[in-house]
Design a protein around this ligand. Sequence first.
Ligand code: PEP
Length: 270
Amino acid sequence: MSRKPFIAGNWKMNLTIAEGVELAKAVAAVANDAPTVDVAVCPTFVSVAKVADAVKSTALMVGAQDTFWETKGAWTRQIAPNMLADAGCQWVIVGHSETRGRFGGLSEEVQAKLAEVPGYFGESDKSVNMKAKAIFAAGLLPIIACGELPSEYEAGKTDEVVAGQIRADIAGFTEEQAMKMVIAYEPVWAIGTGNTCDPQTADKVCGVIRNTVKEVYGEKVAEAVRIQYGGSVKPGNAKELLSMPNIDGALVGGAALKAADFAGIIEAAK
Ligand code: PEP
């Protein structure tokens, strides 16, 4: 089955509203010229509505970087999926390693500080699963991120860790929802570090993810589901990564912040 490549930019905690709108307009022009590729940008919560408004008649889609599983109420700090839909989002990233408290490209000093904060961001497979269900219920689609820590990679536990995360993260969806979910394999040691996972290894792990989806939802869903690779994707390495049979797109951090770099990655996906 052919799966439409999906390139998504995670802007993280970067760009003012005006800068986000400007970048999104530039990316939208590239997305309009790439009808064979799905393209999305995921701005900060405060920029989502303005960015979505600026690109609403273009091919560029907009996502958020997280959400909560409730729809309203006394939940200080939280944003509900229906609010993101109202702001013009179509996608929501859940389970990013930076919200799970599994950090890659930070200095040891910063990681040690964060480790002292109990439950920092507090994301677990259970909360990822609850959020994904709430995202579907609001008519949005999740990009479910998973990936192993450097220590797990070095101990040869990548396949086991990633399959375990995915089994828990995707439990209890309908078949229709499972067909539409997107999974992003992001080895934590490759995020923001410049250390890209080599394409063969990334493809092998994406294959493990596809097999896990097959165990849970069967062959039809496993063949339909799109699996992105994320971790220091750049215009120079995108083509090789995206040519691998189990890699259907990219979740891009740093290189999504410059229109020319992000355009190079979209070009590589054509
Ligand atoms: C990410 O944060 O999802 C990511 C892949 O970041 P980068 O591309 O900067 O490694």
